[in-house]
Design a protein around this ligand. Sequence first.
Ligand code: LMR
Length: 390
Amino acid sequence: MFDGLEEQKSDALLQLIALCNADPRDEKIDVGVGVYRDAAGGTPILRAVKAAEKILLETQETKSYLGSAGDARFVDLIKPIVFGEAAASDERIVGVQTPGGCGALRLGAELIVKANPNARIFVGQPTWPNHQPLIECAGVEMVSHPYYDRATHEIAFDAMMDALEGGKAGDLVLLHGSCHNPTGADLSLDQWRAIAEIVARKGLVPFVDIAYQGLGNGLEEDAAGTRLVVEAADQALIAQSCDKNFGVYRDRVGSLFVKASDASGAGVVMGNLLSLARTMWSMPPDHGGAVVRIILDDQGLRADWRAELDEMCGRIRAIRARLAGYDERLAYINDQNGMFSMLPLTKDQVLALRKDNGIYMADSARINVVGLSDESVEGFARAVVEKMDG
Ligand code: LMR
């Protein structure tokens, strides 16, 4: 039965973790996968998370099933963080807990196919390498359009808008809520407004992936664009993740929200989300969602989490400023947001950095800027510029 299976290439980002781990050089630098690292190069568990885990350990009385929607209180607490306080009671927006942002994206894609097998989704390039497999695995047709011009480091906004003008009512538009992965080039508020206008005018459906809220310019600021398009659209999907902004990566904490045209349509959507989730993971893992719920329900822990999130965001901005200041060809890095930027390097130069300097970045030359410790920024920038100069 398995004889017909074709060999699969390993996921390049996940493989990079193994490659870097296997490198014995002490001075190696891991700017590969998107994981926050502190000034010393570690990824410690947040204080608020540790405290909430203690509370959970002491107070949880059962591990009995919660159901396919997961922890409803967790979802209720995340909703205003993404959509703002005013939208918290909007009955057109329903949500379920999912296994991380990936689970949310996949559930969203399954819902799209179920609602309209002919729907197409417009996806700007480059995008996070797992977007395409996730979307296509569910059977949604993907239409690629330019998003970022590597030569100028700018968003190819006119080309993007031209592509969206070709969309039909019911077509979807994949948007990165903030901290664009892999480029770090976020839409300006004016650009979000223009997208909101075209979405409303043409009846397009935004599918927003918001996985890094709070790590770009702040929790509210990073949701501003998402709120604009969701407000303008009659219907929308939003895949949310807590994996990065709560640092609970392996615990897989996320949610999928769907905006329907009215409250009764939202009820039908909810029923479909539950039945789809049941066929995939039945119920999301509870631990991480419960931890996030405890933090958000407790004023002190919430404040501590906000302070830690601001600290992470500040470190990202500080590293960006240092890289940008090293060489004028890297200056654009300071205008970008979140963990990622793409360096002006060819794949050969990326591979040479790996071999000669023990520097591990994605083949696309995407770097996770906080993979750099305070001490390694300078040496890293020097090695990169040396390769750029040939
Ligand atoms: C990344 O892009 O590095 C992260 O989103 C981790 C992942 O799952 O790929």
